[in-house]
Each structure stands twice: as C-alpha cells, then as structure tokens.
Design a protein. Structure first.
Lengths: 693, 279
C-alpha cells in the first residue's frame, strides 16, 4: 500500500507514523511545503482522554510528549478587578514546535519519507498513491480540489483574534476580560512549558477598528496588547510569529472522502479555538483512520468507517465550539454580572459542562455560587451561608410575591396536580378575556362562574405552597378551532365564532378570515383585559401573565408577518407595539401585583420578528411596567420553521434578560433539574419552566 | 414495544406470490404489523396495492405505510384509498405520511417539489375532514385511520404535532431515534397537544449465511440518492441476532411503541429467522 500525505502538521505526521508502524511494508510519503522548523502558532492543549488515546496508539511518542508537557488543573478568570480560580479541570499543553519535532523524529525512525519545502500544486503529482491523505488545513489544496464532493459549509465568525506567544509562566488556563475606551477585549492564554504561553487576544470588529488595529503592524499590535494587559503580563513580553488579526472560520463538510482521497484534521473540519480542540481532534482522526485501515481490507470500507466513527464526535465538538464562540462574541452582555456568576456562566458556556459536571470538578466554586445566589435571592448578598440550596431552590421575589423556588409549571387541565409538583409558580392554561377570544370551545372564559371556581383553586394551590399566575389572552385569528385533543389549529366546521385580528389574514388555509380590528375594538379589548385583571385580584391570584405570544391577538400586532396595518398600529415596531402596550397599560392600572408578559421572541420565519427585535419588545414592556418577560418561540404563523432542540428558548431568555435588563422566565424543552440549575446560576434566566413528562 | 415486519416491496425480483406468502407468514408469526415503503421512480410495489393484498390474507397484523409520500398524491384520492384500505382490513391501517426525500420521485410524478412542505401541511389539514364529512366514503369508524407523520425538520415535527397521532421515524441507530423523539415530544408539548404522540421506528436486517453482502448492496442501491451516506446506512444493516437484540433494546429504551424491521434480502426464510430472534 502506498500512502501520500499532503501536509506535515500533527495530523499528517501522526497518521504517517501510525500507518508505517502498523505495516512497515507500506510506503508512506509526507509532503510539507514549509521547512522542518517553521511552525505557526504556539502551544497545543490536550485533555486526559486524548492523552489516553495517544498512549494506546503509539507509546514511544506518548512518552516523549509526556516529558515535554505542561500540566495544570486550574482556570483563572480575570474580570473587573477580581481573579476567580476554578480547579478540577485537567489540561496538558505542549509547544507545537516540540510536538512536531517529536513526530518528525519518530516518522524518520520508522522509515516514513518526509519531503519538506515541497508544495503540491496539482494532485496528479501524487497519483501513484493508493490513498491520498489531505492534512493540509482549512485552506489546503486537497479540500478545495474536490469541494464539490466534500460539500463544505464555511461560517466566518464576527470577532477578530490574533495568536501571540508570551514569555509568561502561567499555572492555569487564563481568561482576561478588559474594557478600555475602544471596547471589550479578551484573552485566552494557556501554558505550554514552564516559561511560555499561548496568548490569544480577541475583540469585536468595531473595537478592533477603534483601536486602530486594522492598519497596525505586528509590532504596533503587540505594543497595544502589552499596554492593555499590563497588569496580568507583569512586565513580560508578547511575541509574534506571523501574528495577524483574522476571523475564525468554522468548516463543516458533508463528506470527508472522495474516491481514494480522505481528509484529516483542519482540512476536514474546524472548531473554534476557545474550546482548544483543533490538534486533539486532528490526531484522533489519524488514530481512527489507521485503525479503520487495519480493520478493513477494502479502502472504500475503511475510509467510510473512519468517517462514520469521527463525524458524530466532531459534530459534538463543533456544536460546543459554536456555543463557546457565540459566548465570546456577546460577552459584553454579561459585563454587569457579579464575578461569581460571570465565572459560572463562562465555565458552562459550551453547554457541555453543566451545574452537575462543574460540581464534580470544582465543588468549592459551585458552593460559592450557590451561597451567593441564595443570599442575593434573600436580598442580602453579604450574608452568604456556606451551606445553601442549589439555585433552583432559591426563592424569587417579584413585586410583593415571593416564590418559594425558581421552577414554573404549566398547569394543564388540573391546577391541583400541578401544585403538588412543588413548583414555585403555577401558570394556568390560556384563559380568554371574552367569549370570542377563545381558542377552542374548551378554552375557559374568565366569566363569573369561572372566577368563582378559580377562587377555590387559588386557595388550594396556596395551601400546597405554590403561587398561581392567571394567563390571560385573546385568541385573535387563531380562534374558533377544534379542541386540541383532535389536533391543533384545526378550524371548527360548526359552531364557530367570528374572529378579529390586527389584519385580515387567516391562520391556516382553511381557517376563518378574521376581521381587521377597529379603534373601537381595541378600546373594548383593552377594557376587558383590565376588567379581567381586576377580577383576578378578587380571586386571589398572585400574578397575571398576559399572552402576547404564539400568534394570538396581541402577538398578531407585534409581528410584521401578521400586521399589515397602515394606521398608527402598523409599520415600525413602535407602532406595532402600540396596542399591546395599551393593553399592558390598562392592566397595569388595575393590577398592582406581579405582571408577566409572554412573547414570541422569534417568529421562526424569514421576514418575521427575530431575537434582535424581541429585545426591543422586552425593553418597551419593561418601560410600561411589566415585571417579567416569558419568551417563547414561534407559532406566529402556521408554516414557521421551528427548532425544537434541547433548551430551545434559553438563548432568547438570556439575551432579553441581559440586554433589556428585565427578569425572565425561560422555557422550551427544559426537562431536568441540572438544566434549571445551570441556566439560573449562569444568569440566563430568573425562573425556568420545567417540562415534566 | 411491538415489533412489526416490513414487506419486501422494494427489493428486486419479488413476485406477487412471494409478497403474499410473506404477509401470511408475518400474520402467523409474532409480528404486530406489516409495513411498506414508498417510491415512484423505483422497482417497487405501490404501497396501498401491496397492503390491500396483505389485508386479504391477514386477520391480525396492522397494515402500515412507512411512509407514503403525500404531496405526490391528490388529497381526496389519497384519503379515499386510505379509507378503503382501512375498511377492507377492518380498521387495521396505520397511515404514515411524509414529504419523502427523493427529488426523482417528484420529477417522474410531475409534481413540483418546491413548496412540498406547505402543500403537505394543507393535505394534513384536510384529510381528517374528508374522512369525517363522509362525502368521500367508505366512511371510517371513529376519526379515521391512525395517522402518523414522518420527517426530521422542525417543520415536519410541528406538522406531526398539529395534525397526527404520532411520529414515524425514518431509521437509524437507537441514539438517532432517541434524539428525534425528544424533539417530537418537545413539539407536541410546545403546541399544546394533550397526551403523548405514538412513536414508530424502523430498521433493516438480513439474517443467515450469505445475506450480509446482498443486503448491503440493496441498501446502497435504495439509498444511492444520499451519496456517500448510503454506505453508512448499509453499514447499519442488522446482520446478526445479537445486533437485532441490541437494536430492539435501544429502541425500547428510547420509548418506541412499534419497531418495524424491514428485510434487505427477499428470501422467505427471513420471516422465520427474524421471528426466532424476537421470540
């Protein structure tokens, strides 16, 4: 068998030596365009797990690598004027140059032919090989030559970053956040030997321009960063090595093989540097490919096996890396956090580490966060007790109401069963303010009989220790449907009623056409909402939640997809919000206790409302006296494009809470206590709606 | 969890006689359903025709389309075919519908593939009304055949939760099924549907000496339109009793209600071999 490896980085060299070792009779050629000692970048990080894989794959290189390693178990977070250290995260790092030298020597010893300073410009130069291995990086020739077969998707990230070296002895993975007049800059630094570290500086593009870094030379960039991070550098220097400001690109490809060509490492996939896994993934690729070649006689079957084994693993890392990079792109949002919460949020950014994982790694830090969270919840941040409940069981004060814990539950048909869950807040099903505002014939109307029945229910919920919110709404164009046991949004064939909406657009192709609301309709609806809120007070409800979401009457005004009005109530967001805010004002006037508003934070539809605008919606609600926003997703229009992934409503809650500055209730496929604790401790919501099976 | 058996309507060289014998044997065996797939531009039997034949020689098993590509069909005729099959089989039809994945099928049927999702949603909105109104008979008892929807996109899951009784998964390892189910349940709850969706899964098998290679060959051919993914599907073919047992356990753990295993070689002994494994 003859192998031609294009690219002499860690992936290519490691593949070459493993393949040669597996079968010394095979011919293995590595072609590298740079000389042996030219290497870009500084250090490389591995986890314990990766080291185990390297040990099993080739003990000789593992021993050498082990001798050159820096090991540490802490993460330092410099934020405002504090430093928080979290322990229990095992990392090892090695200089990229040392790693390459070890691999080069081992290749030589095993009889791999390595040709340096040779650039392959045409794959026909290696056409004698049985298998061509593209290990030449994201911009490499191999990947680009067969882009049609590999079907790449490249996403360029918005922030600017640069790799420096630092002659700074670190004993921790170090994050530094520093704000100056130009903007917020952050550092990702990690040691790779006793004296030197990798020092990556990242910032938003506008900060980079304001700082004049767009046109700065390498020396000027270094000078700028040395000044900015002087307190942490303590007089030490930054070093450049072709250090240019660039944007990270995440590469995904449908396939990593085509004919007798197979891709490894960065040529196959990339994952954002903030989870430090590029070299790790690359070398694991090499191990998997050599294993597959040993296992399978047939080349096709082997490369297919390799891809099947590696793609799911890489996808998981890419998911985590995207979460992580998105955190750093928006970190300014969290700049008001208490350092403890800031640290927790940072450590759980990729969603791979949750409250429970972090408790296993660093129980002391989590205890500190719990204590701070509980004390803050009690209104006395300085009175933290060392023994505190996890965030899920911290009380939550909202207006004159104190919820015993942070869990909300949708009541369903039976309020008392919901109360017996122990959730702090029970939210009723949709209750209509008028007969015509019902969704289905089964939707309760808040009339006298209902108020009377609910008075008893409120008492029993209170006895169970929970608080009860009345969800008030008007179905708008989504009304006159069949009971949901028969399906959702199926129009009633008989016994339906007339519908009103912001604009006359039917909800489904066969649904009734609503009448466009007049000014008089609006006055009437605002009045009935206010009357319902007044009656809610009489029933003893603890909170009222106004449903401005899911395509119902008020949501119909907010979304540009369903509001085509040309009067003062249509057009710009300010106009589209006018009527919902009138309703909110009318309710606020009669209802003094906690007032929640449920909104669709995205229409999940091109041309519809998106998260950016939802932050503006939340800010307006806040200005009009809303106490808490409950963002949900979609259902504005019948054929939207939902995404029901785990915790799908949490990003909206996070943004609204931390950009509009209003408490939020997160919901959307939240199913475990671990999720709840993670979301709360990280400051992504104040309450969580748990979906119990 | 119930276990059903696929009819070999898509494997090459199947005679009508073999198909009918297959259904008879499945009915006599431990299986709770027989399932069929749907293609147009392929050497396979039309699903309703095949299930009608099966209905005539079976008394017990449910008859499942997994799935029928709804947008290729006129809704009224689709509703009538389904109602007829349900009536002929005394209410044994489970109608799985989806948009399908092959552009080729749309081309030969001369149906625009763009906008198929929206048209499918309209079909779902209508089909139960057609059954209930009784204008297009035979009028089914109750609310009509059990209706399930397949597909993996968010839109597909929303359509499933809105209009159907449950979810029909398109195949893959138990972990993929579990992931899809979590999203299906989230869609169901997000749309405010009471209760829970019925969950159906599927897999492929080939049992006995010399069946693994032709089985894989068939899957590569059937899924050729997916490009290199076909190799992965072929590699997932269950070719040993142990692999089938693991697969069944995985699906059961993930909450599957009915798992239908489809043959990849059309030898009648496959029915008995599978029956032996699941007994």
């Amino acid at each position: 068998m003859r192998y031609a490896v294009i690219g002499g980085g860690p992936a290519g060299l490691y593949f070459a030596l493993l393949a040669k070792k597996a079968n010394p009779a095979d011919e293995v050629l590595v072609v590298e365009r740079n000389p042996p000692n030219a290497t870009f970048g500084w250090g490389v990080v591995f986890s314990e797990e990766t080291l185990g894989a390297l040990r099993d794959a080739d003990y000789e290189t593992y021993t050498e690598i082990g001798e050159s390693f820096a090991r540490w178990n802490a993460i330092d977070i410099y934020y405002r004027d504090t430093k928080i250290r979290s322990r229990g995260h095992v990392f090892t790092g090695i200089s990229r140059k040392v790693l390459l030298n070890i691999l080069q020597r081992r290749c030589q010893a095993l009889g791999v032919r390595v040709e340096f300073e040779r650039e392959i410009r045409d794959l026909r130069e290696v056409e004698g090989a049985d298998l061509v291995i593209g290990a030449d990086g994201i911009n490499g020739l191999v990947r680009r030559a067969y882009a049609e077969a590999f079907k790449p998707q490249i996403a360029v990230h918005p922030t600017k970053y640069v790799w420096f070296g630092g002659d700074l002895p670190l004993d921790a993975f170090t994050f530094i956040f520093r704000r100056n007049d130009d903007g917020l800059f952050q550092v990702h630094a990690y040691p790779f030997d006793a004296h030197t570290c990798t020092f990556i500086v990242e910032c938003p593009e506008d900060a980079w321009r304001r700082a004049g870094l767009e046109s700065a030379s390498e020396a000027e960039s270094i000078a700028y960063c040395e000044t900015l991070f002087q307190p942490e550098l303590r007089g030490r220097r930054l070093m450049s090595n072709r250090s240019l400001w660039i944007n990270f690109a995440t590469l995904r490809q449908e396939s990593w093989h085509h004919g007798n060509i197979v891709l490894l490492g960065d040529a196959a996939h990339t994952a954002h540097f903030s989870i430090g896994s590029g070299t790790k993934l690359a070398m694991e690729d090499s191990i998997a490919l050599v294993d597959a070649l040993r296992r399978r006689q047939d080349l096709d079957a082997a490369v297919n096996d390799y891809e099947m084994e590696r793609q799911p693993v890489v996808e998981r890392f890419q998911e985590a890396a995207l979460e992580s990079s998105s955190y750093f792109e928006h970190v300014a949002r969290y700049a008001h956090f208490d350092p403890r919460q800031f640290a927790f949020n940072l450590l759980t950014r990729s969603r791979r580490i949750t409250y429970i994982n972090l408790t296993q790694r660093d129980p002391e830090l989590v205890r500190t966060v719990d204590a701070w969270f509980a004390a803050t919840a009690q209104g006395s941040p300085d009175g933290a007790l060392r023994l505190s409940p996890p965030p899920m069981f911290a009380p939550f004060r909202i207006g004159d109401v104190t919820l015993p814990n942070r869990v909300a539950i949708a009541a369903g048909a039976d309020l008392e069963t919901a109360a017996r869950t122990g959730a702090g807040l029970i939210i009723t099903d949709f209750v209509s303010v008028t007969e015509d505002g019902r969704i289905t014939p089964e939707t309760p109307v808040f009339d006298r009989a209902r108020q009377h029945a609910m008075r008893g229910a409120v008492e029993r919920v209170h006895q169970a220790g929970s608080q009860l919110a009345l969800q008030l709404g008007h179905a708008g164009r989504r009304g006159s449907m069949r009971p949901r046991s028969q399906g959702v949004d199926r129009p009633l064939k008989q016994g339906g009623w007339r519908l009103i909406a912001a604009s006359p657009i039917a909800f489904t192709p066969h649904a009734a056409l609503p009448r466009e609301m007049t000014r008089r309709d609006m006055t009437h609806i605002a009045t009935v909402f206010a009357a319902a809120a007044r009656a809610a007070a009489g029933c003893g409800f603890d909170a009222v939640e106004l449903n401005f979401a899911h395509g119902y009457l008020l949501a119909g005004f907010i979304s540009p997809l369903t509001n085509r009005r040309t009067d003062d109530y249509g057009g710009l967001l300010e106009n589209r919000m006018r009527f919902p805010l009138e309703v909110l004002d009318a309710v606020r006037e009669t209802w003094e206790r906690p007032l929640l508003v449920r909104i669709s934070a995205s229409d999940w539809m091109p041309g519809g409302l998106e998260l950016d605008e939802a932050v503006g919606v939340a800010a307006l609600l806040k200005a009009h006296g809303c106490d808490l926003v409950h963002p949900v997703m979609g259902q504005t229009v019948w054929e939207s494009r939902p995404d029901y992934r785990r915790l799908f409503g949490v990003p909206a809650s996070d943004r609204i809470r931390n950009e509009a500055g209003i408490p939020t209730l997160a919901s959307g496929n939240i199913t475990t206590a671990d999720d709840v604790n993670t979301i709360l401790a990280a400051g992504r919501a104040d309450l969580c709606r748990l979906d119990l099976p | 969890m119930n276990i059903g058996l696929g009819l070999p309507t898509t494997t090459a060289g199947v005679s009508g006689e073999l198909l009918i014998d297959w259904a008879k044997r499945a009915d006599a065996g431990p299986f709770t359903s027989v399932g069929v797939l749907d293609r147009i531009a392929y050497q396979n039997y039309e699903p309703f025709t095949a299930l009608a034949a099966a209905a005539a020689v079976t008394r017990r098993v449910r008859l499942a389309t997994m799935i029928v590509i709804a947008p290729l069909r006129n809704t009224a005729i689709l509703a009538k075919q389904a109602a007829s099959l349900d009536a002929i089989s005394a209410g044994r039809l489970t109608l799985g519908l989806a948009v399908g994945a092959r552009g080729e099928d749309y081309e030969v049927a001369q149906v625009e593939s763009r906008g198929r999702g929206r048209r499918f949603a309209e079909q779902l909105e209508t089909i139960r009304d057609i059954w209930e109104e009784g204008k297009i008979g035979p009028t089914p008892s109750g609310t009509g055949p059990r209706l399930l929807v397949g597909g993996s996109s968010g839109e597909a899951l929303a359509r499933m939760a809105r209009y159907s009784d449950g979810y029909m998964h398109g195949g893959g390892p138990p972990r993929a099924f579990g992931g899809a189910v979590a999203k299906a349940l989230a869609a169901w709850s997000d749309l405010g549907r009471p209760g829970r969706p019925v969950l159906w899964g599927m897999g492929y098998f080939a049992l006995g000496d010399g069946t693994a290679e032709p089985g894989a060959e068939y899957l590569r051919h059937y899924y050729a339109f997916t490009g290199s993914f076909a190799d992965k599907i072929a590699a997932g073919n269950l070719t040993s009793p142990g692999a089938i047992a693991d697969f069944i356990r995985g699906y059961e753990d993930a909450g599957c209600d009915e798992l239908v295993l489809f043959p990849t070689v059309c030898r009648l002994d496959q029915v008995d071999r599978l029956a032996e494994v699941i007994h």
